[in-house]
Structure formats: structure tokens, C-alpha cells
Ligand binder design. Structure first.
Ligand code: SF4
Ligand code: SF4
Ligand code: F3S
Length: 291
């Protein structure tokens, strides 16, 4: 038969809400149907696949063997560890064991979303399941070297992350057979350790602050601020800085590419940015200040 040139993708779900997958399902250029049918060879994805139980387990095992050394492994969700590893099990295997088996033979490992990148909401103190992000397992248990991490790991934080960024990364890897340029190019954190998740974010998506590209920025510059939800400034789309907006310290491109096929994004909808791409610390701070 004809050789299938589409890049094989294996997508694992661990401790998560499936919001990352849901965001992807709402992308429309290209649509998820085109992506799954024409562009990638999606071998395993629990939200989208028809199979279940033993059949699904077998297809995961077969995909890992058949495409060993060639597949893109996408991970959604955090991984519980130590004595809490039992908190997430699929087909009788712990998340950490399933992850290690799949990561060992992957060409590239992508952590998709705050949960997979740094533990996200799941890892907020007191982190009852001892949840970790993917890079902690790669650099820890699996002892990936700095070079392994540099060449084979990429991080796409956000809650959810923008679907166009994962599509871009998959298509880039399929086309050029390497990862896109990574790193934040921010002087204060330019020399991050390779074991720091932030060193592995693609520059095209996380290279700049939201505040630099925000449609409300002219209001910030002119001193026009929302002071209360529903006030005149809020109705007029003024700057959300005094409502706790984290745009000035959050690196992401949602201000430019938006979600839901370009229709919306948090600040555009009148909600301050909660720094969902910035790891557990800023994110926790925002969640509690909004609550
Ligand atoms: Fe859900 Fe956010 Fe975690 Fe994605 S990163 S699985 S949207 S909680
Ligand atoms: Fe900056 Fe937030 Fe104001 Fe936009 S809404 S200009 S990101 S402070
Ligand atoms: Fe997240 Fe802030 Fe964008 S909350 S989606 S980084 S506006």
C-alpha cells in the first residue's frame, strides 16, 4: 500500500479536565476533521477514539511499537507521583508508568496545557496527589540529559493552551523534522536551566507579553481603567489592569490569535488575564484573587 506520510501522534490524558482537547476541537483553520483525517495520523486519543477497554489498550501498545522513534507524544494533564501515583490509572497502569513507556520511544514529547507543563491547577498546594509536570518525570525518573530535553521536549502552557500553537508545532515538526525555536528571549530569564519548563516554550507563541499586544493597551496608555465590573469603563472596553489583569507579566500570543477560531479571548471578553500560561504560582495567585 501507499506509505502514510502523516506524522503519527499519540495523545495521553492524565489528571486533567480535557479542556485542552476541547479547545482544539473548536479550532477551524485547519478544522479538527482535516487535522485528524488528512494532516496527522492520530493513533490514540481517548476523547476522540471510538475504541475502549482492551481494544484501546491494544491500540496504544501497537502504536508505540509500530511507530517507535517516530511519533509525537502529546500529554494533557498532570502526573501523580510517589505513593500517590495510584491516583490516576488507565487500564490498570499508573499514569507515570504509561507516560514513561510512551515517552521512551517518542521522537518528540509535547506537554500541552498548564497541567502537563507544571502540574497546573491539580498541583496547587497542598498538591494532594503529588502531581508533577512532564518535564519533572523526563529530567527525574527518566534521566533525560539537557540535550535530550533541548531536542525532544516542547512545552505549551495555558489553561487551556491556544489550539493554534499545538497545530503549528505538530505541522512544524512534520515539515522540518525538528522542533521550532524555543526560549523566551527575556533578559531576566534568558539563561534558564534546561530542566526549567519555561526554557522549552516555542518563541513564536510565548516570546512576548500579552500587554505588548493587547487591544486595550491604548486605554492603559491613556489612563482609562475599569474600576468595577459593569461600570462605564467596562462597558467601553477599557483596560483591566486594576481588576487584577496579569497581561503585563504573562507571555502568550492569545492577544493576537484568539480562541474559538479567532472569535474570542479572555481580555476581549472583559475578563482580566489570570496568567494561565505562567505556571502554578501566578496562576494560583490569580485564581484566589478572583474567587
Ligand atoms: Fe484543563 Fe487547564 Fe489542565 Fe488543560 S491545562 S486539562 S484546560 S485544567
Ligand atoms: Fe495590559 Fe491587561 Fe490592560 Fe490589556 S487589559 S492593556 S494586558 S493591563
Ligand atoms: Fe490565559 Fe491570559 Fe491568555 S488567562 S488565555 S494568557 S489572556
Amino acid at each position: 500500500g501507499r506509505e502514510d506520510k502523516r506524522p503519527p501522534v499519540i495523545w495521553l490524558h492524565f489528571q486533567e479536565c480535557t479542556g485542552c482537547s476541547e479547545a482544539l476541537l473548536r479550532a477551524n483553520h485547519p478544522s479538527i476533521a482535516e487535522v485528524v483525517l488528512d494532516i496527522i495520523n492520530l493513533e490514540y486519543q481517548e476523547t476522540l477514539m471510538a475504541g475502549s477497554g482492551d481494544q484501546a489498550e491494544a491500540s496504544l501498545h501497537n502504536a508505540i511499537e509500530k511507530h517507535a522513534g517516530k511519533y509525537i507524544l502529546v500529554v494533557e494533564g498532570s502526573i501523580p507521583t510517589d505513593d500517590m501515583a495510584v491516583c490516576c490509572q488507565i487500564g490498570g497502569k499508573t499514569a507515570v508508568d504509561s507516560f514513561k513507556a510512551a515517552a521512551a520511544k517518542a521522537a518528540v514529547v509535547v506537554s500541552l496545557g498548564a497541567c502537563a507543563c507544571s502540574g497546573g491547577i491539580v498541583a496547587i498546594e497542598p498538591n494532594p496527589t503529588k502531581a508533577k509536570g512532564v518535564i519533572d518525570i523526563l529530567a527525574g525518573d527518566m534521566q533525560w540529559s539537557d540535550d535530550d530535553l533541548k531536542n525532544k521536549y516542547i512545552s505549551l502552557p495555558g489553561c487551556p493552551p491556544n489550539p493554534h500553537n499545538i497545530l503549528s508545532v505538530i505541522l512544524y515538526v512534520a515539515t522540518f523534522n525538528k522542533l521550532p525555536e524555543k526560549g523566551l528571549k527575556i533578559p531576566s530569564i534568558a539563561n534558564l536551566s534546561m530542566k526549567d519548563e519555561r526554557a522549552h516554550r516555542p518563541t513564536f507563541a510565548y516570546g512576548r507579553l500579552i500587554h505588548e499586544h493587547c487591544e486595550r493597551r491604548p486605554h492603559f496608555d491613556a489612563g482609562r481603567f475599569v474600576r468595577e465590573f459593569g461600570d462605564e469603563g467596562h462597558k467601553n472596553g477599557w483596560c483591566l489592569y486594576h481588576m487584577g489583569c496579569k497581561g503585563p507579566e504573562t507571555y502568550a500570543n492569545c492577544s493576537i490569535i484568539h480562541f474559538n477560531d479567532g472569535a474570542a479571548w479572555p481580555i476581549g471578553n472583559g475578563c482580566p488575564c489570570i496568567g494561565c500560561t505562567e505556571g502554578t504560582v501566578l496562576f494560583k495567585d490569580s485564581l484566589f484573587s478572583l474567587a
